[in-house]
Design a protein around this ligand. Structure first.
Ligand code: ZN
Length: 203
């Protein structure tokens, strides 16, 4: 069994982001505290900031737009940086970008709305990562449904209070997660709530 000793626990308040280091062999749980809350996620190789989890490479390496237990989270160098080892929900997205300043400005006419892009950058700041453009996210618990025409319909997440995904780091990684700040669409069930991160020891 997994040696589930909690080494670090971080609450991500609604409308905010947080980042943690997950050492090689250790586990990261991303917990949906109240349910129906999307977590936008980026992941960097701690020793090579030019390598990061890359959704477009994941779609290619997995030949899929869905994630299953045992799948690798592939990087732009086409190798997995983490593996998803446990998933109590079974529905996630790695197709959509993080919500950002322009999403709220262009689509809603709002200049000051919190957004995942800025939440993630703020959370990563203390780690002094060198990158030019924030990578695209995996959106844990995001429930995009493909209709018969091949168009996406965004539905509220299927996650219930306490649902989680557990990831294992294959190298030392820096991970940031944002409690998606979108409260003007169904993506978080019209209400933004907290998430929790737990870093667990390896076997
Ligand atoms: Zn968002």
């Amino acid at each position: 069994m997994i040696g589930n000793r909690v080494k670090e626990e971080v609450l991500i308040p609604a409308y905010e982001g947080r980042a943690v280091v997950v050492p090689k062999g250790h586990y990261l749980c991303i917990i949906d505290v109240e349910g129906q809350q999307v977590g936008d996620f980026v992941c960097f190789n701690r020793d090579n900031h030019g390598e990061h989890v890359s959704p477009v490479h994941m779609r290619s390496s997995l030949s899929s737009i869905r994630l299953k237990e045992g799948d690798g989270l592939y990087s732009n160098l086409r190798r997995p940086l983490m593996t998803m080892v446990k998933d109590t929900v079974g529905k996630h997205d790695f197709f959509f970008p993080a919500c950002d300043y322009y999403r709220y400005k262009m689509d809603f006419g709002l200049e000051e709305h919190p957004n995942c892009h800025d939440n993630l950058e703020k959370a990563l700041k203390p780690f002094d990562l060198k990158y030019d453009v924030l990578p695209d996210p995996i959106n844990w618990f995001m429930n995009n449904v493909l209709d018969d025409e091949g168009d996406y319909v965004i539905e509220p997440p299927l996650s219930k209070p306490g649902d989680f995904v557990m990831l294992q780091a294959l190298v030392d990684v820096v991970v940031a997660v944002s409690a998606c700040s979108q409260d003007l669409a169904p993506v978080n069930g019209w209400k933004v709530t907290p998430l929790k991160l737990q870093v667990l020891g390896g076997v």
